[in-house]
Design a protein around this ligand. Sequence first.
Ligand code: SF4
Length: 372
Amino acid sequence: MSFSEQIKNYQWDDIRLSIYGKSENDVKRALSKERLDLEDFKALISPAAEPFLEQMAQKSQQLTQQRFGKTQQFFIPLYLSNMCSNICTYCGFSMHNAIRRKTLDMKEIEDECLAIKKMGFAHILLVTGESERKVGVEYFKQALPIIKKHFSHISIEVQPLDQHEYEALIEYGVDAVLVYQETYNPVTYAEHHLKGKKSDFKYRLDTHDRLGKAGMLKMGLGCLIGLEEWRTDCFYVAAHLNYLEKIYWQSRYAISFPRLRPCAGGMEIKSVMDDKELVQLICAYRLFSPEVELSLSTRESEHFRDHVLPLGITSLSAGSSTQPGGYAATSTKALEQFEISDDRSPAKMAKLVKSKGFEVVWKDWDHSLTGK
Ligand code: SF4
C-alpha cells in the first residue's frame, strides 16, 4: 500500500476538527508519554498546547541532544537551473513568470563547486526547477561526477522521478532526495499547481514510496506552510513520516518547514503561522519522532534562527543563494526563486553556532558509517 492509499484514512475536515478539539488533558498526556502516536501529535500542535510551549521546548531540546549530541549540520543549496515546465502560484521560477532563464553548463557547475568549497562545505543540496527536458536524469548524470569530486554528501531537490531513475542516481552518488508535497489537501493543491507534471497530486504523493523502494539513504518531506490551514497540513506530514518510518525503516528522514516568502508573482498567504507557532511545530515534530532530522533554512530571519536552533534543529543552510550561478557571482538577482532572510556568511553563522555551544558538522554522516 502506498501513501496515496493510506491517506484515504484521514479526512481533512475530521482531522482539522479533531486538532482544534484537543484539550489541556490531551496535551498533558502527550507530554508524559515516551512514544507518541498521531493523536498525541495532534494535541501538541493544537491551540490547547500553547501554554505548554516551555515544557515542550525543554523536552525537545533534551531529546535532540540525546540523539544528535550538540551538533549542527551545515549544508548549502546549489541552484543548477531555474527552468521550469510547471505553473505554481507561489514560486518565482513558475513558467508564466517572465524572468531570465538559466541552466548551468558543466564549466559553470565546476566554478560554483569551487566557490562553495572555499566556504568550507562538504554537503551540498542540488536544486533545479522542474523541467524534464532541460534538467532531466541525463543532465544529472553529466553533472554528478563533477560535483562528486568536491563534496562528500549530495542531496537533491528536483522533480519527482520514477524508481529506476532514483536507482540510477544512487549509482551516480546521490545520498538524499527532498520532495515536498506543498499541501496535502488535494483541492488546494489543484488551485496552486495549474499546469505541468506537478499538477499530478498522486504521483508526487507516492514519490517517497518510490524512493524507499529504490533504497535511498535519506529522504526529506514537508509542506509549504501557508498554502493551507497549517495545523492540518502539518499533521499530514507527521502521518506521512510515521508511515515511511515503519515501511522503509532502513532510510533516514528529514523535515523542513518553509513558510511562504515574498517572490516574483507573489500571492496572498492563506494561513499565516507566527514565530511562536513555528516553535511549537518544531518541538511537536521532535517529540513525535526523536530520530527525524529537522532543518531550518535561510528563509527565516537571523533573530529567529539564533533563538530556535538549540530547541530541536539538527541542520542549517547558510550563505545561500537561490539563483543559478550565484556563488561564482556571474548572474543578477533577477533569477532568484525567493528572497533570503538570513544572509549571514557561512563563517559568521558557524561562529554564532559555536558560541551557543554547538559543534559545526560541515558534512553529513560519513559513508563508512552507513556501510554504503
Ligand atoms: S515550485 Fe518548483 S515546480 Fe513550481 S514553479 Fe517553482 S520550481 Fe517550478
